[in-house]
Design a protein around this ligand. Structure first.
Ligand code: ADP
Ligand code: MG
Length: 157
């Protein structure tokens, strides 16, 4: 069976971004490292909020811009970690903050602005890229590993 490595979806509004994130909740399996790419306001945090809501999380999902990481305990996984490295002045801040420790164990890691952490950031299984397209967003999902491909396959096919 051929496996998809890349898929694009047009997301006309915020609700569509939330729905796409939420639709992953039923099949997503930890461990998985997901890079969230796109400019400020592209919808990276919105997508993560949708995923968390789909997994039954009822609380607020706020942007980790100031805290660097927000961690959510979930029934299905040890943890979901939502990172935002936007405010890193240098990649070494990854080490200084001891963020590698959060990748131990069976967790889902979603990372906004991964390039700010340079080579310290673990490689991605999947990338979720969001770009402005008219008044909505174009979302491109790319798998980089077998685990990532399997996840795309079971999620969207
Ligand atoms: P980021 O984390 O990428 O900086 P946010 O998710 O915090 O972005 O904010 C994205 C903004 O864009 C929010 O105001 C949200 O309502 C809006 N938005 C999200 N998805 C879409 C979409 N598909 N079309 C139009 N607006 C969107
Ligand atoms: Mg954000």
């Amino acid at each position: 069976m051929t496996q998809n490595t890349q898929l694009t979806r047009f997301l006309p509004d915020e609700e569509a971004t939330l729905r796409l994130g939420s639709s992953w909740a039923g099949t997503i399996m930890a461990p998985l490292v997901i890079y969230l790419q796109g400019d400020l306001g592209a919808g990276k945090t919105t997508f993560t909020r949708g995923l968390l809501q789909g997994m039954g999380y009822k609380g607020a999902v706020k942007s980790p811009t100031y805290t660097i990481v927000e961690s959510y305990p979930l029934p299905k996984f040890t943890l979901l970690h939502h990172f935002d490295l936007y405010r890193f002045a240098t990649p070494e801040e990854w080490e200084d903050a001891g963020l590698d420790d959060l990748f131990a164990g069976n967790c889902l890691c979603l990372i906004e602005w991964p390039q700010q952490g340079g080579t310290f950031v673990p490689p991605a299984d999947l990338t979720v890229k969001l770009e402005n397209a008219e008044s909505g967003r174009m979302c491109t999902l790319t798998a980089h590993t077998d685990r990532g491909r399997k996840s795309l396959e079971t999620w969207l096919n």
